[in-house]
Design a protein. Structure first.
Length: 187
């Protein structure tokens, strides 16, 4: 559960969309279905294939770091422009844009593959006959997490009614995304 619940690019996006109350069901669904796909791939043995080809991991790390730095720059820009943080001024984001961003934050992030496909796949496969049952548990935990994060964030909407609070959140997102990008490059 701690792998699923770690606050990274994807979870920060789910939190932000939940607070804004924009396309939360779509975001939660994309994240849960993505985890289902990735965890299943890990249990099916794709993780072993990835670790057998280290150049794939290197390419994913560099591409993922570049993407995370771009997302960090967007969050930093929102943090520096308080007028852009007011949800009523921005208007709702288009569903297609939100879903594409969610998919990008999911599938362009190498940490997602390392956590779900490689690590969870390896742990599941240690349970031989029960590996798919382990996968059902991992996917169930993922669904509970994303539903709780996405729809529970709505309770924070009152706190995020001021531009300064959005500035702090977006600043934290920018720092987190930058740190993740650096850890990919250095690690």
């Amino acid at each position: 559960m701690t792998l699923i619940a770690a606050i990274g690019a994807q979870n920060a996006f789910v939190l932000r969309q939940g607070i804004r109350g924009e396309h939360v069901l779509a975001v939660v669904s994309v994240c849960a279905l993505s985890d289902l796909l990735l965890i299943s791939a890990g249990i099916a043995g794709i993780g072993a294939l990835i670790t057998a080809h280290p150049q794939t991991v290197t390419i994913a790390k560099v591409g993922g770091a570049a993407f995370l730095l771009g997302y960090a720059a967007l969050a930093a820009r929102r943090a520096l422009r308080p007028s852009a943080l007011n949800a009523s001024q921005d208007g709702p984001a288009r569903l297609a844009s939100v879903v594409l961003t969610c998919l990008a934050l999911t599938f362009l992030n190498p940490h997602v593959y390392l956590d779900t496909v490689v690590l969870l796949g390896t742990i599941a496969n240690q349970h031989t006959d029960s590996r798919w049952l382990f996968g059902v548990g991992a996917v169930s935990a993922s669904v509970v997490w994303f539903v709780s994060l996405g729809f529970g964030a709505r309770r924070l909407a009152g706190l995020f009614a001021t531009p300064n609070t959005w500035r702090i959140l977006d600043g934290l997102i920018a720092v987190t995304m930058s740190a993740l990008a650096v850890s990919l490059i250095v690690g």
